[in-house]
Ligand binder design. Structure first.
Ligand code: NDP
Length: 447
């Protein structure tokens, strides 16, 4: 066993038993620890400050009940959480997720990852995540509004523009952010940037909705540039049909790639000659209507493969953009067998530890979500500064700033991850994020 693995095992054994039982948190911590633990041990100040251990322990976890009334007049109960992981480099920042399967384990791992992702942007953004086990499926607009208001009623005392600035995530898009912001503004009695992902008509930034997906493609282009390959003509398999997947697909098509798949929980839409903008618009419309993608119009040249993932189709590049742990060992082997040479994560932690081992063995170039999907939070950072200065950028200015931010994140990560056998982006992202956090945490003393 090498030194990093031995130290990582000892570190995991030192976690609180209830944390060690959180499988997603443990997976995320293990991946980071494996890359950074020897760096910490070799730096007496960082080791003495116990930087990594302090990052695993969130500053606080706020847990609350959400009581609201449905359209039938019945009282409904849900659970809500906000995990404020670290504000060492800026106000707590991270999305809100509404999904019936959400657990505190998910939010702990996402908040931990968010600290590193936000550090990579070089912007002043701390790490947090939140959400609820609320299931929006089949709920009316009025029910969504009442739920968002009840959720914010509980969350409002804990957030604010210099304290904690939530954004969207799974099932929390522009509509939900609007209702959440309206409820926060009413409760706080002031107008300020306590949430990002707002519409430009009331203090939001252009391109925020598109930012994660567009940023993912800009990151992939930076990766390909190092390999002297153009995105033009590449076959790209994308999973998901939500915010990240749709905007990644649109940007990839715009840049000349062939997007051969999109998917949802019902199955995969496969177009051997590539989906066009009309097909992507149709998928996006189906998502907005709460429908599946099983009946594509014949003109799209696409077939629906029920119950399958996109990873069984031939492609050069794979962009998992749906959810965590969607590429396990079998899926990773399938990607390799189908010719995929590059995987970049639009979703958070979509690749399992076993999946990653398969990709590494096959020498697939792999970029973790904390670097490749940082475009969303980066534009959220721009939204916060636009709101404070009351000076707003045009869509072109934000898009061009996003391209530069993603290229800078790429270079930061590639510099740290450069080794004898090329760039290890996962290691580079963990190390670059860790170093920034470690410097800030040790500079500020034991608090
Ligand atoms: P959305 O809610 O907009 O979309 C999620 C999509 O993924 C849905 O279409 C859903 O399908 C699909 N999906 C969920 N689980 C599965 C599954 N097991 N198999 C197949 N498809 C599945 O979410 P986002 O696009 O906002 O987020 C997607 C990922 O990106 C998440 O991991 C999120 O944390 C991450 N992310 C998002 C950011 C953002 O700015 N929004 C920023 C950074 C990361 P269905 O329609 O059937 O429910």
């Amino acid at each position: 066993m090498d030194r990093a693995t031995a130290l990582t095992e000892a570190f995991l054994a030192s976690l609180a038993p209830e944390d060690a039982r959180m499988v997603n948190l443990r997976q995320a911590v293990e991946e980071v620890a494996q890359d950074v633990i020897t760096v910490e041990k070799n730096n007496p100040d960082w080791a003495a400050a116990r930087v990594l251990r302090r990052l695993v322990e969130p500053d606080r976890v706020i847990s609350f009940g959400v009581t609201w009334v449905d359209d039938a007049g019945d009282v409904q109960l849900n659970r809500g959480w906000r995990v404020q992981a670290s504000n060492a480099i800026g106000p707590y920042k991270g999305g809100l997720r509404f999904h019936p399967a959400v657990t505190l384990d998910d939010l702990r791992f996402l908040a931990f990852e968010q600290c590193f992702k936000n550090a990579l942007t070089a912007l002043p953004l701390g790490g947090a995540k939140g959400g609820s086990d609320f299931d929006p499926t089949g709920r009316s607009d009025a029910e969504i509004m009442r739920f968002c208001q009840a959720f914010m009623h509980q969350l409002a005392p804990h957030i604010g523009p210099d304290r904690d600035v939530p954004a969207g995530d799974i099932n929390v898009g522009a509509r939900e952010i609007g209702y959440l912001f309206g409820a926060w503004r009413q409760s706080a009695g002031i107008y300020a940037g306590a949430l990002t992902g707002k519409a430009p008509s009331y203090g939001g930034s252009h391109i925020r909705t598109e930012a994660t997906g567009y940023g993912l493609i800009y990151f992939v282009q930076a990766m390909l540039e190092r390999l002297h390959i153009s995105l033009d003509g590449q076959r790209v398999a994308i999973s998901g049909k939500g915010n990240v997947a749709i905007h990644a697909a649109r940007k990839a098509i715009q840049e000349g790639a062939q997007v051969v798949t999109l998917s949802d929980t019902s199955g995969t839409l496969y177009a051997p000659d590539g989906l066009d903008h009309d097909a992507v618009d149709w998928v996006s419309q189906r998502k907005a209507e709460g429908g599946d993608i099983s009946t594509p119009p014949a003109a799209f040249g696409a077939t629906f493969c029920e119950g399958t993932q996109p990873w069984t189709q031939e492609a050069d590049i794979a962009l998992p953009c749906a959810t965590q742990n969607e590429i396990d060992e079998t899926a990773a082997q399938s990607l390799v067998d189908n010719g995929v040479r590059l995987v970049a994560e639009g979703a958070n932690m979509p690749t399992t530890k076993d999946g990653l081992r398969v990709l590494r063995k096959a020498k697939v170039t792999y970029a973790p979500g904390k670097a490749a999907n940082a475009g969303g939070v980066a534009v959220s950072g721009l939204e916060m500064s636009q709101m404070s200065h009351r000076r707003f950028m045009s869509a072109q200015e934000v898009d061009s700033a996003l391209r530069t931010l993603m290229a800078d994140i790429h270079d930061r990560v590639a510099d740290e991850g450069q080794g004898r056998n090329g760039v290890d982006y996962a290691r580079g992202a963990n190390l670059a994020g860790y170093r920034r956090l470690a410097k800030a945490i040790t500079a500020q003393g034991v608090i």
